[in-house]
Design a protein around this ligand. Structure first.
Ligand SMILES: [Cu+2]
Length: 628
């Protein structure tokens, strides 16, 4: 029996697509953009979990290539029927991997492209890569309005296995109708001149230097791992959580709880990444369309890659496969998509007493992770659970930066950094929106902004040494729009006022912000209009089952953000209710030569820390390690 939150199986995906095809006349000329579990609402979950009710549902988005019309279906797998069929006029569903590959193939075989490449001296088409990007509405040429279009960069491998992203064919950009899969036009601003002399390789055989030596470092757990995985239910060191997955968010953590004595206490109902916005901040012809929505346009689940033992993950590893699908609705299994393992994490706590001597505990953490490759870039996502009740969410960005040729020999680009001879990498930002549906000891929570303030001199504090913390409850969605403030070391506390700890204070968990940065975008700019969610560090909304995507359900070719800014216009109350936090963080990427040709992982993270959730350090009972 699957748990009601278990992702769709391959068979269920095939079944959902089959029902939609059979009942709605969805034929060969259509594509499936997404097929996923329709997660039961919070209200329905208890009855489904206890078996008092049953039923599995799928959510599918598909479109007809002939007329471009898109539809969203709710499919009852149990009832073998389509229960809802919503027409989505004017919406472009997410991009599909099939379109990306078909576009690459079409472009490389097209006579006009071959002609353009020939003028640059490129005749080996097997070394060419067409990397297709989605448009934002404002930069779609007017003559193509309403069509599903993509624009491409062309890249060239220096050898059979050479890095295509080392050689940008600057100034050459095919524009494609993705429904008819025809080339609409080629922008070709080739001025002559040779490809710059670049060392853009990272494979050992292609490097100009020898590899250094490193001593072996191995992790072993001779008695096995310290966690148990029962289906999708993961338990470790008082923590319990359920693993989910879908095409768009990739890994989802459900029902995160902490076993505290007799009580299994809820911390979060659901944790995931709901959007990632990557505006490139360079207005030049090669880059002005580059505003990627890696989650809304492409999907972190579709982009999730298989992990390898000893390389991606070290030690005693448990892997889970994931299932996505292609645009015909056929399931596609990603083996080893999710990695689960324990890590040593240095010292947990320590004190040296002059009589009792040194008392020290080593920390360990449970890591649940996945890696996604979005064309040239990789995102490595690690959710880490600690013995002291902390949750850390770390993101590592690595892979290959986008580059293009500098304007003229010796010139310095205004919006990027020269990273090799004759090429530069434009500045850009990776904004990640984490959707944090916290349920601290139950769903009824209030978020407080906590600001530290110095005392003014005078009264009983003549030396002005005092520091106070001002906690302000966020009562409405307008108040829930929060910005990081370094000057007061702002944080946010999620409090359940109806549950008190042993000290008589309401229990809470604190969102400790880091890696947050302002958009630094003109509010009127099209890039910002499509992604207004990045305009604040934190948004707080009341839980609604259908409010999932902070920049809108369909960011492809969107003009405006129809998610958070629209939902929060109603300014709904968020006090003592089931709140969802949307935390915006990421990487403000001012590109460096050291990020080339492959970028050493840039590491950012944020933390969720218990704040009065426990009465004292919850890791006092961790045993000491053995001396060697
Ligand atoms: Cu970057």
């Amino acid at each position: 029996m699957p748990h009601p939150l278990d992702p769709l199986t391959a068979e269920e995906i095939r079944q959902a697509a089959g029902i939609v095809r059979r009942d709605r006349g969805v034929g060969d000329g259509w594509r499936f953009a997404s097929i996923e579990l329709k997660e039961p609402s919070k209200a329905d979950l208890p009855a489904l979990e206890s078996g008092r009710r049953s039923g599995r549902e799928a959510l599918a988005v598909c479109w007809n290539r002939a007329d471009g019309q898109a539809y969203r279906a709710v499919v009852s797998l149990t009832g073998d029927t389509v229960t809802a069929w919503e027409h989505l006029p004017g919406q472009q569903p997410n991009m599909t991997v099939d379109e990306w590959h078909e576009c690459d193939e079409m472009i490389r075989a097209h006579p006009a492209v071959i002609d353009s490449l020939g003028r640059r001296g490129i005749t080996d088409l097997s070394r060419v890569l067409a990397d297709m990007w989605a448009y934002g509405a404002a930069v779609v040429p007017e003559r193509y309005a309403g069509r599903r279009i993509g624009w491409c960069d062309l890249w060239y491998r220096g050898s059979e296995l050479g890095n295509p992203y080392a050689h940008h064919l600057t100034g050459l950009h095919p524009v494609v109708d993705l429904n008819t899969m025809e080339l609409l036009e080629i922008e070709d601003n080739y001025q002559g001149g040779a490809d710059p002399e670049v060392m853009g390789e990272y494979l050992p055989d292609l490097l100009p230097m020898r590899l250094r030596s490193v001593a072996p470092l191995e992790i072993s757990q001779p008695d096995g791992v310290g966690f148990t995985l029962d289906g999708t239910l993961l338990s470790w060191q008082n923590w319990q959580l359920r693993l989910g997955f879908n095409h768009r968010e990739s890994l989802v953590l459900h029902q995160v709880g902490f076993q505290d004595g007799e009580r299994l206490r809820s911390v979060a109902h659901r944790l995931s990444f709901a959007e990632m916005v990557v505006p490139y901040r360079d207005a030049s012809p090669d880059h002005y369309r580059r505003t990627a929505f890696d989650i809304g346009e492409w999907g972190l689940g579709f982009m999730t890659t298989s992990l390898a033992l000893g390389c991606d993950c070290l030690g005693e590893i448990t892997y889970l496969d994931a299932v996505v699908h292609d645009s015909r609705g056929e399931p596609v299994t990603i083996p080893n998509a999710i990695c689960i393992h324990e890590e040593d994490s240095g010292v947990l706590w320590k004190h040296v007493d002059e009589r009792a001597g040194a008392e020290v505990r080593r920390a360990r953490r449970l890591v649940v992770s996945f890696h996604a490759t979005v064309a040239n870039y990789e995102y490595l996502v690690y959710w880490r659970f600690y013995q002291d009740g902390n949750i850390e969410c770390e993101v590592r960005a690595t892979g290959i930066m986008v580059t293009s040729h500098i304007a003229a020999p010796g010139s310095r680009p205004a919006n990027g950094t020269v990273v090799d001879h004759g090429i530069y990498a434009p500045f850009h930002q990776h904004f990640i929106v984490a959707r944090l549906d916290l349920d601290v000891d139950g769903p009824s929570n209030t978020v407080y902004a906590t600001d530290s303030r110095p005392a003014a001199p005078g009264g009983d504090d003549p030396y002005a040494l005092g520091l106070t913390v001002e906690s302000t409850p966020l009562r409405t969605e307008a108040e829930g729009r929060q910005d990081y403030d370094w000057g007061v070391q702002r944080g946010w506390k999620v409090v359940n006022s109806s549950v008190v700890n042993g000290l008589g204070t309401p229990v809470g968990y604190k969102l400790v912000p880091s890696a947050a940065f302002p958009p630094l975008l003109d509010p009127a700019s099209p890039a910002f209009q499509r992604a207004q969610a990045i305009g604040h560090t934190l948004w707080v909304t009341p839980y609604r089952e259908d409010e999932r995507w902070p920049c809108g359900d369909f960011p492809v070719q969107a003009a405006r953000d129809t998610g958070l800014p629209v939902w929060t216009e109603a300014d709904r109350p968020i006090e003592n209710t089931d709140v969802v936090l949307w935390y915006v963080f990421g990487i403000h990427h001012i590109t460096r030569p050291e990020d080339w040709p492959v970028m050493p992982a840039d590491i950012v993270s944020f933390w969720l820390k218990p704040f009065g959730f426990f009465d004292r350090n919850p890791a006092l009972d961790v045993p000491p390690s053995h001396h060697h």
